[in-house]
Design a protein around this ligand. Structure first.
Ligand code: SF4
Ligand code: SF4
Ligand code: SF4
Length: 265
């Protein structure tokens, strides 16, 4: 904390689309922070603010996708009292780790051909793989209210609570029609952490799980894969769908393989 009593905040970015920072930047509430906080680093607003300084709270956006970023997150951790992973990229590796089981060379060639870069790329991974993360803000991008709640709670020296119920709950409370049951669409709402007010099903679109799984071990994953199978999805289609934001789930492939044991596709 500064001598003037202000909380020092840094907002850092790894490999990302900068969408989480944009969401943060678009919050009117940010002005209310200023009497109590000093933003010492914010990549999106200050191109030159690359120096890592000691902060009370470090927000990190993006997945760890280069060797340089491995060193960067370690340095951020050494200089921060509290580290918050922001958004699906930082929390789960993001959509860029969707095909993580393919070789990096193959993926690289598909996207960039023979293009070369100055950095050493690696498969996208969550921040938590390299450093201790104290709190996570979920979503792609997170809801503005998630930022307000997390910052407000951390500023008063407390810890925000995690949501432990699925998108379906908010969907039912809002009276949306169910795209899974009524249209047979592969909605991931039953296994995905709520908090977005069932944003996609409210528009008749199936959830793709951007807020991440409530927990990899919950039986709901297995049950949902069975429902998808009954709706006619193949093993590959189910895996593809469930991996979008859950590619780092260590048991996903084993679980889907199991429910297809002895089933003729
Ligand atoms: S979580 Fe989504 S919005 Fe945030 S940086 Fe990653 S891709 Fe962009
Ligand atoms: S539409 Fe999706 S989120 Fe809503 S109730 Fe059905 S399965 Fe759950
Ligand atoms: S409904 Fe699913 S995909 Fe859509 S915002 Fe919510 S968690 Fe993300």
């Amino acid at each position: 904390m500064e001598e003037n009593g202000k909380v020092r905040i840094g907002f850092y970015a790894l490999t990302s689309c900068y969408g989480c920072q944009l969401q943060f930047a678009m919050m009117d509430e940010i002005l209310q922070l200023l009497p109590n906080a000093e933003i010492v680093c914010w990549y999106m607003l200050e191109r030159d603010s690359k120096e890592i300084e000691p902060v009370d709270i470090a927000f990190i956006e993006g997945s760890v996708s280069t060797e340089e970023e491995v060193e960067l997150v370690k340095k951020i951790r050494e200089n921060a009292k509290t580290v918050v992973a922001v958004g699906s990229c930082a929390v789960h590796g993001g959509v860029q780790s969707w095909e993580k089981d393919k070789s990096l060379d193959e993926l690289w060639k598909t996207v960039y051909g023979d293009g070369t870069v100055k950095f050493q790329p690696k498969m996208a991974e969550p921040v938590e793989k390299y450093i201790k993360v104290d709190y996570k803000i979920y979503g792609c991008p997170p809801e503005k209210k998630d930022f307000v709640y997390a910052i407000g709670t951390l500023l008063i020296g407390s810890w925000p609570e995690d949501i432990d119920y699925p998108v379906c709950l908010e969907c039912r409370l809002n009276g949306n029609s169910c795209v899974l049951l009524e249209k047979g669409e592969p909605c991931l709402g039953p296994v995905t952490r709520a908090g977005c007010n069932a944003r996609c099903p409210a528009y008749g679109i199936a959830c793709i799980g951007c807020r991440g799984a409530i927990g990899y071990d919950v039986a709901w994953f297995d049950s949902l894969a069975r429902v998808f199978r009954e709706k006619g999805l193949t093993k590959e289609e189910i895996l593809e769908r469930m991996k979008i934001f859950n590619a780092h789930n260590p048991k996903l492939e084993e679980m889907v393989n199991k429910i297809f044991e002895g089933v003729k596709e």
